[in-house]
Design a protein around this ligand. Structure first.
Ligand code: CP
Ligand code: NVA
Length: 310
């Protein structure tokens, strides 16, 4: 039975059930197949998606704009700098006003609470395109990529190596829901948010998944079906970059570390990558890497999200 997601926000995967996540992944599968066979579907004709960014973006911005266009709608790119928000207009008023013009709003910003506030005051679906806390649309595309390559999700072992950041948090929330066993290895002091760990582990109990934390990357990748990493300094942490490069060196995903996972393990990265830091050229350009399929799948997954929510 299909679940109805019309009108829903997508703020965090914590708010979505396994069935709802699968509804998005299955819709993405259909939309990708349709596009590859030259078919068109324009269910969002006449609808407008606002896309508000206060942080840079290549993939999220372009894939959402192309997604709404391919579904027959219009994407309106907005930057925090140009809106009256920058001059102090309240987020609540902004949300109420934008709700009168738009059919949905995707936002990428720093403070997660800002997105929660926006969703509280807006009457239209709010889609989180990344905050300091989570990156849910990314992880839906990651899961779609894993499903495409491995044929299933439940019981897969995914190892995440590096910083306990927004991507890690969404991987934890999502893996717990869909039954992926997730091993996270971070340096001491860079572990994922404790509250996120607690909630994800509670959900994992229901799905039968395991969420394990390590400081040793070798332990985390043992038996992994896929190895995932992300930048060592996220947007907003630029001034910590030099210090982090020293601390994170043992967490680089290189050929030696990949060899400690399963022989057919995939390599994933949300991108942008800092080649030579969290990943070597050999790994990201190697046979096991699926990072460009993963980036492409943002488009198919975003089309699914828009078609289902708007
Ligand atoms: N992975 C990702 O969100 O990329 P952008 O920052 O380019 O949108
Ligand atoms: N953790 C990274 C993800 C970029 C897509 C950041 O927040 O900069």
């Amino acid at each position: 039975m299909a679940v109805n997601l019309k009108g829903r926000d997508l703020i965090s995967l914590q708010d979505y059930s396994e069935e709802e996540i699968w509804q998005i992944l299955k819709t993405a599968e259909y939309l990708k197949m349709l596009q590859k066979s030259g078919g068109k579907w324009r269910p969002l004709e006449g609808k407008t998606l606002g896309m508000l960014f206060t942080k840079p973006s290549t993939r999220t911005r372009v894939s959402f704009e192309v997604a709404i266009y391919q579904l027959g709608g219009y994407g309106l790119f907005l930057t925090g700098n140009e809106l009256q928000l920058r001059r102090g207009e309240a987020i609540a008023d902004t949300a109420r006003v934008l709700s009168r013009y738009l059919d949905g709003l995707m936002i990428r910003t720093y403070d997660h609470d800002e997105v929660i506030d926006l969703a509280h005051y807006a009457d239209i679906p709010i889609i989180n395109g990344l905050t300091d806390l989570v990156h849910p649309t990314q992880v839906l595309a990651d899961f779609f990529t894993l499903y495409e390559k491995k044929g299933h999700l439940r019981g897969l072992k995914l190892a995440y190596i590096g910083d306990g950041n927004n991507v890690t948090h969404s991987l934890m929330f999502g893996a717990a829901k869909v039954g992926i066993d997730l091993s996270v290895a971070t340096p001491e002091g860079y572990e994922p948010n404790e509250e996120v760990v607690k909630v994800a582990r509670r959900d994992a109990e229901e799905s039968g998944a395991s969420i394990e934390l390590f400081h040793d990357p070798w332990e985390a990748v043992r038996g992994a079906d896929a190895v995932y990493t992300d930048v060592w300094a996220s947007m907003g942490q630029e001034e910590e970059h030099a210090e982090r490069v020293k601390v994170f060196q043992p967490y680089q995903v290189n050929e030696e570390l990949m060899a400690a996972a399963k022989g057919n393990a995939l390599f994933l990265h949300c991108l942008p990558a800092h080649r030579g830091e969290e990943v070597t050229d050999e790994v990201i350009d190697g046979d096991q890497s699926v990072v460009f399929d993963e980036a492409e799948n943002r488009l198919h997954v975003h089309k699914a999200i828009l078609a289902l929510l708007l």
